[in-house]
Every structure is written in structure tokens, then in C-alpha cells.
Design a protein around this ligand. Structure first.
Ligand code: SF4
Length: 350
């Protein structure tokens, strides 16, 4: 989070480096695959659409691949733990049960398996087997490179999440140096699981790879679902809640970025799909707002300018009333809805 004070970012930065050190390697240096996509520019991999079994007994099928939403998958064991409260999961509902989806698991280095799949005219839902001794990112890049693009791909956050690896912890490390398989090399804490899932799945989504995701490194089903949806949101792949962009702040910042961001979030976090930029100054802020729908930008000390897209529409609003004026602006542009009183919507399952 760029709005945090820098010292709060240091533990996360350290954990990211540790994660990279654990999982990096030149495992694919001897492979020279013919890629089926351009890895140097962003474009979602153009898979075909596939309809597969959805959740529930209605027999309803759910589409994935092509331009469909990137779907959230759960293993059946985890689904069974939350099935009794599925309606209470709100925006964090699972969409596909792994074991019911006819998923083809392969080792992307297996030329015979790849050739067999590529010869199939109908799309198949494909993923990397859990027992493949490759790190997650190169494994899925290799799969995407070699598999015909008609076949949708399921991304996983970790491979080889065998219980025996978790149970034996660091004693496995020697083995893993020879077989550096996954992001999880020992009993990981939540930060490690979160960062592994975010960097692995997030990187692949930003490559344009992935039609569905499975967070299997996190055992708690509720936590895994929240993680899955938040990774999709952060990668810009599937927006299911309000999206915020904030500048990192610097000597030019004209208001307290952290408290202001908190105030804006408190007022707007129910606006699904609306993107709001919070920028400390007009010097560089407007240029950094990316594709935000609305902008809240420091115009002068104690004064705020409001933007629609990259166009300034309200100037020098006193800071004390600027959040209310932002709400008015969102209303004027038809993107405001009244917040629904919160129910006990979602109790995490531990
Ligand atoms: S937008 Fe302005 S205040 Fe924010 S980091 Fe950039 S220059 Fe500094």
C-alpha cells in the first residue's frame, strides 16, 4: 500500500524478497519453447469460452474463458466446510468446485500430453499438476506458451501443497533445493501465504494468463476466498468492490494522505466498480490517476480539486467539505448508490 508510512512497508518488502529467493531458479533455462503469445505486451490470452458445472444443485452451468469473468475455484473439501452459509458469503462466493469441473492436470514439459490436448478441437479446462517440480510462475508461463490458446487455464497459487511438505517443515529444505517446487517450503504464516498467492497469481494475471484461479495454499476456506477475489481486484482482472489509487505522498502533498484516504474509503467503499484516485497535489497527481472515474487532488493548502476522469471539474473546495462534494459529484454522474446497512455478512471460517 503506497499510502502506508514507509516503515510499515519494510516487513512486506523483506517477505517478498525472501519469497523470491526461495522460489527463483533457472529451472527453465534449458527449455526454449515456442510461445503461443507475446510475453512483452499485455493482452489477455485468447482462450475459447467453456461452460462447466457451477455451484449448487440447480444444474446451472457457469462460463469461463474468452472475455468471461476470471472465475474463483475451490476444492470440494473446502467447499463442504462453507456450503451451509454460502448465501452469507456476499461478494466472496466460490463459483466452481475443482473436482466437478473436468479439469485436465498436466506437466507443461510433457510434450505428449501437450500435443494430445492441442489436437483436441473443443476447449478443455487445463492446469498444472500439483506434483510438478517447477516454481509456479515458470510452470504456468510454460503451460500458456505451449498449450493451444483455445484451452482456458486454471491458475494455482502454490503447487505441491502436499500435507507431508507442510508437516515436515524445514526438514524438507534440502530436498527442495534439488526440487524447488513451490512457494511454500515450510509451515508458512498468513503473510507468507498471502504474498505467495499474490505474487504468483498476480504476476500471471498481469501476463494475461488465467481464466480461473485457485488459492490452495491458504487452508481456511473463507480466507482463501477473500484472498482470491482481492488478488483479482488488485490485478485489475475483476473488479468487485470500489477501487482506489493513491499517490505515495512526498514533500508536495497538500493533505494527510492516510487519514484522507481512510475518510474517502469510509464514504465510498460500497460503490462496486467505481475507481477513485486520491492524489496529494496537482503537479503530478492528475497524470498518475490512470483510468480512475473520479479524482480527489490537493489543489492548494487546505483546498481540494475534484476530477471526473482526468478533467478537473471543481476547484478549491475547502478540505473539510471535500469528501461530501466528492459524493455529490459521484451522484451527479449516476454512480452513487446508498449504502446498505451492514448485516453479519461473512464470518471467516478458520
Ligand atoms: S502526486 Fe504530487 S503529492 Fe503525490 S507523490 Fe506525486 S508529486 Fe507528490
Amino acid at each position: 500500500s503506497l499510502t502506508e508510512d514507509s516503515p510499515h512497508e519494510i516487513p512486506v518488502a523483506r517477505a517478498l524478497i525472501e519469497n523470491i529467493e526461495r522460489t527463483s531458479g533457472s529451472q527453465l533455462s534449458t527449455l526454449n519453447p515456442q510461445l503461443s503469445f507475446d510475453p512483452y505486451s499485455y493482452q489477455r490470452r485468447a482462450s475459447d469460452t467453456l461452460a462447466i458445472a457451477g455451484i449448487g444443485n440447480s444444474g446451472q452451468r457457469i462460463k469461463l474463458g474468452g472475455a468471461e469473468l476470471i472465475r474463483v475455484v475451490v476444492k470440494k473439501a473446502n467447499f463442504d466446510k462453507i456450503a451451509h452459509k454460502i448465501e452469507k458469503l456476499g461478494d466472496y462466493k466460490p463459483e466452481i468446485i475443482y473436482e466437478n469441473a473436468g479439469i485436465v492436470e498436466i506437466d507443461p514439459r510433457d510434450e505428449t500430453a501437450i500435443a494430445k490436448l492441442n489436437a483436441e478441437r473443443s476447449p478443455r479446462f487445463v492446469t498444472v499438476s500439483d506434483d510438478v517440480d517447477l516454481a509456479v510462475i515458470p510452470a504456468f508461463r510454460l503451460l500458456a506458451g505451449k498449450l493451444h490458446s483455445r484451452h482456458p487455464i486454471l491458475l494455482k497459487d502454490v503447487l505441491s501443497r502436499g500435507e507431508e511438505m507442510l508437516d515436515t517443515g524445514y526438514s524438507m529444505l534440502d530436498k527442495e533445493i534439488q526440487h524447488p517446487v513451490s512457494s511454500i517450503q515450510h509451515q508458512p504464516d498468513f503473510l507468507t501465504r498471502l504474498l505467495s498467492a499474490s505474487t504468483n497469481i498476480g504476476s500471471l494475471l498481469c501476463d494475461g494468463i488465467g481464466d480461473a484461479i485457485l488459492a490452495q495454499g491458504e487452508e481456511a476456506p473463507g480466507q482463501a476466498l477473500r484472498l482470491s477475489y482481492n488478488i483479482l481486484q488488485a490485478a485489475g482482472s475483476r473488479i468487485f468492490k470500489t477501487d482506489y489509487v493513491a499517490c505515495p505522498s512526498c514533500g508536495r502533498t497538500l493533505f494527510n494522505l492516510q487519514t484522507t484516504t481512510a475518510k474517502i474509503k469510509a464514504a465510498t467503499s460500497h460503490l462496486k466498480g467505481v475507481k477513485i484516485a486520491i492524489m496529494g497535489c496537482i503537479v503530478n497527481g492528475p497524470g498518475e490517476m490512470a483510468d480512475a472515474d473520479f479524482g480527489y487532488v490537493g489543489g492548494a493548502p487546505g483546498k481540494v480539486n475534484l476530477y471526473v476522469g482526468k478533467t478537473a471539474v471543481k476547484f478549491n473546495i475547502p478540505e473539510v467539505e471535500a469528501v461530501d462534494r466528492l459524493k455529490d459529484l459521484i451522484r451527479e454522474h449516476g454512480k452513487w448508490v446508498e449504502p446498505v446497512p451492514r448485516r453479519a455478512a461473512f464470518e471467516p471460517t478458520s
